[in-house]
Design a binder for this molecule. Structure first.
Ligand SMILES: [Mg+2]
Length: 421
């Protein structure tokens, strides 16, 4: 019997305020006022609005062509019935808004308004927000910590599915992804995008008829990162992953966001990916991406998985231990990991994302069997099932009425002490 002493890596994350970490103004980062010089005491920025969009270029390695670094899919791509596979020729309309796109030349290189050559892209236009406006707000319906609770999304045109209709990319050229925050750091309520309900609202998971709360396994309080998912991804349960030998878990891919700010439930934040851990949860592949909010003051220093241990010592180790033991208080065995629990690097993580993005494409087009999943979309062209804006509004209007939150059972605060064999 070996008692596993769990390092409190939550404290490690506080390394962002330690004296030996400097805050540099990232090059090319337009919002420099939020990164003052070292002579000015650094203060956290105010909470970002939900509809914050990336308009700046990040301090990341420059590539002439995304082809050099963007992973090739190891699986043969299944051709969608109609949708384009590369950026279209000049003046083709945007698949989302229908407006003509700024001049793309015939060899599929985009030339922006300033004559700046942009990288070749190989995803569908509705999976990038380069040319679409992401002005999201959330609508809370029902009673919090009750089965009636639903968080819906809408933009200026009406309700949207956070799974199918929020673009995967916030900025494809810089590999910045949108992340839907389901569970803010240090909370326990297991909120998640409901994959089986129309419009895929965020709801609290139910196990054996009871609302699910993740146990506090000493010394962790709830989740030790902002936890959520990347939209427009799917871990296909009918596909055996080459790397793990296990099938997917039938959900969008999960993300652990390690920045300092405690995000709000439902918030859509922009993250860069640093690496990925291959959790095997009850025999299913359950990738856990490690990412950081691009607006976090540590973001310029963190470019790959090795930087996490360098600047946030202990956080990765605590992350792996957290996933290993978090279901033990529920009577489940400890979870296993592929790659001996080692986190894989950024480029590997990008490859995994693109595979799950392709799996989602096949799902939403009706090429893959959806099982009991709700794959209806409001804006994805050629989706097998579409929801009209008026029907989407009816779904939100008919959701349960809001009310004061239901009190959380004090038992949720229990400490659980875990001994591993
Ligand atoms: Mg998962």
């Amino acid at each position: 019997m070996v008692v596993v002493i769990i390092m409190c890596a939550v404290l490690a994350s506080c390394g962002i305020v330690s004296n030996n970490v400097r805050f540099h103004s990232p090059k090319n980062f337009a919002s420099k006022s939020r990164f003052p010089s070292r002579s000015v005491p650094w203060r956290p920025p105010a909470a970002l609005p939900l509809n914050f969009r990336i308009t700046t270029k990040l301090d990341m390695p420059e590539k002439d062509s995304i082809e050099d670094s963007w992973p090739k899919n190891k699986l043969p791509r299944v051709a969608p019935p109609v949708a384009p596979r590369t950026v279209p020729a000049a003046n083709a309309p945007c698949a989302v808004c229908g407006q003509p796109l700024p001049g793309f030349d015939p060899n599929n290189y985009a030339v922006g308004s300033g004559g700046i050559k942009q990288p070749k892209v190989h995803v569908w236009l509705w999976s990038t927000s380069e040319y679409s406006n992401l002005s999201l707000t959330t609508v809370e319906k029902g009673i919090e910590y009750n089965t009636s609770y639903h968080v819906y999304y809408k933009n200026d045109d009406g309700p949207l599915s956070p799974w199918h209709d929020i673009p995967l990319f916030a900025n494809e050229g810089n590999k910045i992804f949108n992340m839907v925050v389901e569970i803010p750091r240090w909370t326990n309520a297991k909120m998640e995008i409901s994959t089986k309900d129309a419009l895929n609202p965020i709801k609290q998971d139910i196990k054996k008829g009871r609302l699910r709360y993740t146990a506090n396994v000493y010394p962790h309080h709830g989740y030790i990162w902002n936890y959520g998912a990347l939209p427009q991804t799917w871990e296909d349960p009918n596909h055996i992953d080459e790397a793990t030998g296990c099938k997917g878990d039938n959900d969008p891919i999960d993300v652990c966001e390690i920045g300092f700010r405690v995000a709000k439930r439902g918030e859509v934040i922009q993250v860069k990916i640093l690496g990925v851990v291959a959790l095997i949860d009850e025999g299913e592949t359950d990738w856990k991406l490690i990412a950081i909010d691009v607006n976090d003051p540590m973001a310029p220093q963190l470019s790959d998985i090795s930087d996490v241990e360098k600047y946030m010592p202990g956080y990765l180790k605590a992350t792996v231990e957290w996933f290993k033991i978090y279901k033990i208080p529920d009577g489940k065995p400890e979870n296993q990991f592929a790659f001996n629990g080692d986190a894989k690097e950024r480029d590997f993580a990008h490859k995994v994302i693109m595979e799950t993005h392709e799996a989602w494409q096949n799902l939403v087009l009706g090429i893959s069997d959806a099982g009991g999943l709700n794959i209806s979309s409001v804006v994805v062209p050629n989706a097998k099932f579409k929801i009209s804006v008026s029907d989407a509004e009816k779904i939100v209007d008919n959701a349960p009425e809001s009310g004061p939150p239901q009190p959380i059972d004090p038992k949720v605060d229990l400490w659980h002490y875990v001994t591993l064999k």
